[in-house]
Every structure is written in C-alpha cells, then in structure tokens.
Write a protein that binds this ligand. Structure first.
Ligand code: IVH
Length: 691
C-alpha cells in the first residue's frame, strides 16, 4: 500500500474507481480489469472503515445506502418536466417542420431548420441535480410538476457520475435523462426469477419503474440499471442543443452516441428510417426518435403549447405486430361498472413485452372485427399503449372457433347487465357490486391517487370480502394487527403496509382529487382543479392542513358549473360531473370521514400553488379576442406554464388583459378598472423576458 497518508491514498483510489466506472458504464471502454477494480474497491472500503472521517459523498463505496423508511419525499421541479407531442409517419414530421418554420417566420426560400435527432429511450424520465461538481439529488418526473426523490436508489446506478469531471457552469446544474434497464439485464433478471419459480416481469420499462422505487437500494444496485442524459436545464451561455450535449459529455455524463445533427426535415426522416430496424440490435428499448430544434434561441422563440415544447416532437416507430391465438374472452368489471371484454392469448413477445391479455373494448368491436374464440389473431402494441387485437387471420380458421356473446349478467354480482343504446358499453348497474367497490378503492389507493405501496388487488379483495374496508376512510383505520390476519401477508409486509398507509395520509391535493374517481376527472383535470383551488383558497397563518382540506371540500360543494367552466382545462361535461359529484350527500360523508380519519391535502405553499413557478407567479391574466399567433387555450397554457393564473373574467384582481382582435366587453371592463392591456407581442415579451 503505497502512499502512507491515508487521506491521499483514499482520494487516489476514489479517483481511480470513479474513472473506471465512467470508462465502463458511460464510455463502454473499460481500461482496468474487474479484478483490479475489486481490489481497489476493497482497499478503499478498508481504508474508510479504519478512518471513517475519510468517507466522502462521492466515494464509490457510498453508492449503496440503507433502506428507505416511509416512502419517497416529493420534489417540486423548478422547471416543469414537459412531455412531447407525437408524430406518426413522415407526413406528420413534415407537418411538424412546417409549424416550426412558420413559428420562426421562415419561408420556403429560407434555409432549412437545423434539427438534432436522438433515440427516444423507453425508460423513466429523471432529473439529476449537482451542486458544484457534486451529485446531490435525483427525482422522477412524476406528474411533471412534482416527482419523487429517489436519490438513495439511483446513487447505485454506476452510469451516474457522483462527481463531475470539470467545474460545471454555475454552482447548480440540473440535467435530465432517462433511466432504463438494458435488455441483457432484464433477460438475466427474468432467468433468475424463473429459476426461483417466481413470477416474471413483462417488460424492461415497468421493471425499471419498480426498481427505481424499491425500498432497499441493495435491490436497485443488483438490477444493473443505466442512464442516458439528453437535456441540460438552462442555456448556461450556450447557443445550441448540440453544444449542451457535448458539454454533458465532457462533464462525465452518459450521452447516447447515436445523435445526429441534420439540416431540414428530409434528413430527419432518413434518420427515422435508418433506425426503424437498426434499433432492434441495441441493448436497450427505444420507442421512437426525438427531434429537437438545435438553436436555443429558436427554441425560445417557438416556446411551448400546453405541456409540450413546440421546438421538439417524438416520432413514434410503427407499432409492432405479431400473431398468436385467442384462447378465451373474459369480462372485467371496472370501477364505473363498465364490463370490458378482455382477450386471453397465448403469451407472445411484442415490442419488448410479453403479452398475455389484450383489451377488446366492447362487443361492437368484437363483432366488427369478427373475432372468435380459438382464432389466430394479429396483435399489436404501439409504444406504451395497451396491446390491441387488430384482426383475425381468416385463412387459419378450421371451423372449431366459437362466436362469443356478452354475458347478460354481471359476472361478479350477478345483477342483470344494462346497455343503453347508443352507448357501446355494457354496465353492471349495481353500485354495491364488489367489483365496482374494489375498482374504486384500488383507484383511490393506486399510483395516481394516494399511492399506498403494497395495497394491490389481492389484498384489497380480502379487505373488502372481510368487510374491513367498505369505503376509502376505512383504509386508514387498518393497523398492522388487522392486516396480519390476511392471507399472503407476513408480519413484516403487514408492518410495511401499515406504515405505507400511515404515510399516505398526507398527499398533494391533485392526487386526492384524482383518487376520488370523479366522473371525467383524470390526472390532468385533477391538477387543474387543484391549481384553481389553491389560488381560490390561499392558506392562512396557523391554519392546519386538515382545516384547509375542510375549506377545500366546502368550496367544491359550493362550486357552480359556470364557475368551473371558467377554470383552465375544464369544459361543460367535466364541470357538470364535478358539481354532481360534490353535490351528492354520499360524497360529502365520504370526504368528511376521510378528514376525520386524518387524511389531509398538502396545502401548496402560498405562491407555489401547485403550478409552475415563473415570471407570472402570483399574477392573474385574462385572454380575450383573437390573437394573431396563439389560440386562447395556447395563451392560457403559456400563462400557467409561466406560473400565472388564467382567469375567465376581468375583475379588480386581474393584473393583465391579453387582448386580440374583436376584444369586446372584457376590454372595456379592463379599461374601466385600469387593468393593463397587452397585445400578443407585449404578452410574449412578458413571458420570455424573465425566463
Ligand atoms: S427530451 C422537453 N429526449 O420521452 C423535452 N426525451 O414524451 C422533453 N425521452 O418524458 C424530453 N428519450 O421520458 C427527450 N432523447 C430524449 C428522450 C426523451 C426518451 C422520454 C422522456 C420524456 C418523454 C417525452
């Protein structure tokens, strides 16, 4: 053991090991043998054990930490993590280009736009934070505004540099990318499970999601996840996206090598054609090509629409098709009572997933496609969507196939099923049907709702059957003892579940609203509704979350259809659904009992308000008339993305009126009240100036 100074030796070993990690996991060009690595690792471990004061955060020995207790803390993204618009086929890519050129004011004779083409990695979006050179945190995308802190788990991913190779620009750096499980790692994981006689995972992406949220970082460490980074947040004095990728690379981040900077959309289309097949040889799943305008100034100029940038799009590879056998059709009853026929097929691999079931939507669809039990069928899976049965292979019929009929009664409770033409859906009308109840409760406790880890179908079914749980509030009355009495639940798991339930008492308002299962209210509408409530009901000094939650419940009970249709993102049908839901005495009791059981909504901090932070934080704007380059909803999206509130009527509380052509009564009202009036240009400046 050469240098005598332990501190110097430890630093040397750390540098050697971090460098070896980078060469192996990022550059794919290892320079030292596994044995040399192991020896150096062991020496560092021993040194640190003898001199605990020498342990640093970025030491490779610190990648695996202790198991997390009680879930993952929420992280608000300072800059929201957006999604991308889609383009299917070459024509839609050309349309994208046309929109970009129009947005940049470029005519047909002007030079083509410079784009960067990247592979779209089919994993999980993450956001990495560095302070100085030091890695400090990683969060999942979550709903785009709020994600989860999964640092302890992702610290085990060796492709993530714990310390950067150079000083980054600025003292804080945020980098986004995708964590994924290489095909090889996925296959060997499933082989291992098979040997142990345990159920297999269906695809790498979901396995990645599960792995990222493991309680014990040791498990994550054993799964061999990897990362590609593809976005630097903020310009940092650079002028193009390609420069930012080069910078990421020199800082030590893994940047996918298959990136191409091209002139014009035809070259983009060439890139997509080249990769349609070539992607199958990669050691990771891709589901498309991401196309980004290279010049950051042009990105700024194009801005965004809704939750997606106008300067980028995701080209989706054509859906993969395979044939298999339709073995049986079974009916599933969902939380709204809808009876959905589901196809059980001979397991087959398509688009990286082993498919056993596929939705058939409804009986009309089965008739239209003339699908029969026993048929050989064409199955397709495009990207993330549920696999679909496309057609039957008529030539393969031998006469043994049978025509399927929708059962006349609910398969769960036996109640006569109803189908009201022209509705295509057959429903179980019994609101007390256990299937509906279980479906509703699972929706409430599931990922988009209160997110109670470990409360799956099998456990919920027992809880409902044993009448331990009849409604959401009952979940919060369960303790470890009650849970231990259930089948398949060992002591330790019962404790964990009790803990998970306890942790779920406090959740973002949008999650609670989504979990309630209000007709027509999905995750996005729940976010919009929560944002509105946060603006309507600012929290007061000393107010508890339970008190605030009570005020929220009252406010929803009193909300009118007119008022709700004025909320961004909510139309008439949705508003009526909300009013009906909260007007119902049963709902009021449910909410009351939830609050009594200790459930409360996270009151967004004043000013934060469950929405993006930005130049318009705390400002209320109204859009009226026809703007030359933006539709009303685009302008409202822009307001929200900049942190502002887009209101529907002008009042003394309005900060700005954005007025276009034919602005009528709102304009005169604004003038009366002395509200500042902006045209589109002034509005754009207001948003862009400070971002
Ligand atoms: S750029 C605003 N680049 O695709 C820019 N995304 O549908 C947003 N993704 O949430 C992301 N590979 O999870 C970008 N090379 C790539 C990507 C990529 C995969 C994912 C990412 C994002 C989703 C957008």
């Amino acid at each position: 053991m050469t240098p005598t100074d332990p501190a110097a030796r430890a630093a040397e070993l750390r540098a050697t090991l971090n460098e070896a990690n980078h060469r192996y996991h990022v550059l794919d060009r290892p320079t030292i043998s596994d044995r040399e690595y192991d020896l150096a690792f062991r020496e560092l471990n021993e040194l640190e054990a003898a001199h605990p004061e020498l342990v640093t955060d970025d030491s490779p020995t610190q990648r695996v930490g202790a198991p997390t207790e009680g879930g993952f803390p929420s992280v608000r993204h300072e800059v929201p993590m957006l999604s991308l618009g889609n383009a299917f086929g070459a024509d839609e890519l050309r349309e994208f280009d046309t929109r970009v050129r129009r947005g940049l004011g470029r005519g047909l004779d002007d030079p083509p736009v410079t784009y960067v083409c990247e592979l779209k990695i089919d994993g999980l979006a993450i956001s990495l934070r560095y302070e100085g050179r030091r890695f400090v945190r990683v969060a999942t995308r979550g709903d785009g505004t709020t994600g989860e802190d999964v640092t302890a788990n992702l610290r085990t991913v060796r492709a993530i540099p714990l310390s950067l190779h150079e000083d980054p620009p600025g003292d804080r750096l945020e980098v986004r990318g995708e964590v994924y499980m290489p095909r090889g790692a996925f296959a060997s994981l499933n082989e291992q499970l098979e040997k142990e006689g345990r159920p297999l995972y269906a695809n790498a992406r979901n396995t990645t999601a599960g792995t990222v949220r493991q309680k014990d970082p040791k498990v994550t460490a054993s799964r061999r996840l990897s990362v590609w980074t593809y976005q630097l947040v903020g310009a940092h004095g650079l002028s193009t996206h390609s420069e930012s990728l080069a910078l990421l690379e020199s800082l030590g981040f893994p940047v996918n090598p298959h990136v191409r900077r091209v002139e014009g959309i035809e070259a983009v289309i060439d890139f997509t054609t080249e990769w349609a097949d070539a992607r199958k040889d990669l050691d990771y799943e891709t589901d498309g090509i991401v196309i980004k305008v290279d010049a950051l100034e042009e990105q700024q100029q194009l801005g965004f629409v809704s939750r997606a940038p106008r300067w980028a799009t995701a080209y989706k590879f054509p859906a993969e098709q395979v044939t298999t056998k339709l073995e049986a059709i079974e009916v599933y009853v969902g939380r709204t009572g809808a009876m959905t026929p589901v196809a059980h097929v001979t397991p087959v691999s398509v688009g990286g997933t082993t498919v056993r079931n596929a939705t058939l939507h409804n009986i009309d669809e089965i008739r239209r496609k003339d699908l029969r039990v026993g048929d050989t069928v064409v199955l397709q899976r495009a990207g993330d969507v549920i696999p679909e049965v496309v057609s039957a292979v008529l030539d393969a019929r031998d006469g043994s196939e049978t025509i399927w009929e929708m059962p006349a009664a609910c398969p769960v409770c036996g109640t006569q099923a109803l189908r009201e033409e022209p509705e295509v859906v057959t429903r179980c009308p019994n609101p007390y049907c256990p299937a509906q109840r279980i479906g509703g409760l699972l929706h409430f406790s599931g990922r988009g709702g209160l997110d109670i880890d470990g409360l799956g179908f099998k456990i919920m079914m027992q809880l409902v059957e044993r009448e331990l749980v009849k409604e959401p509030a009952d979940i919060f009355r369960l303790d470890a003892e009650a849970l231990e009495g259930l089948d398949r639940l060992a002591r330790k798991s019962a404790d964990n579940l009790a803990q998970a339930i306890n942790n779920a008492r406090h959740r973002p308002l949008s999650h609670i609203l989504n979990g309630l299962g209000i007709r027509h209210v999905g995750e996005q509408t729940a976010i919009d509704l929560a944002a509105w409530l946060a603006t309507e009901l600012s929290t007061t000094e000393g107010e508890t979350d339970a008190d605030w939650t009570r005020r929220v419940a009252d406010r929803l009970r009193d909300a009118s259809v007119e008022e709700l249709t004025g909320v961004y993102g909510i139309g008439l049908v949705v508003a009526e659904g909300i009013v009906r839901f909260f007007g119902d005495a049963h709902t009021r009791d449910t909410l009351h009992r939830l609050i009594e059981a200790g459930v409360s909504a996270e009151a967004p901090a004043p000013g934060a308000r469950n929405r993006a932070e930005g130049p318009l934080s705390g400002k209320t704007l109204v859009v009226t008339g026809t703007l030359p380059g933006l539709s009303r909803s685009e302008a409202e999206d822009a307001i929200r993305a900049a942190g502002g509130h887009a209101a529907s009527s002008v009042s003394a509380k309005t900060d700005y009126l954005v007025a276009g052509d034919k602005a009528g009564s709102k304009l005169s009202r604004a003038e009366q009240l002395g509200v500042l009036v902006l045209d589109e240009d002034a509005f754009r400046k207001l948003i862009e100036e400070k971002t």
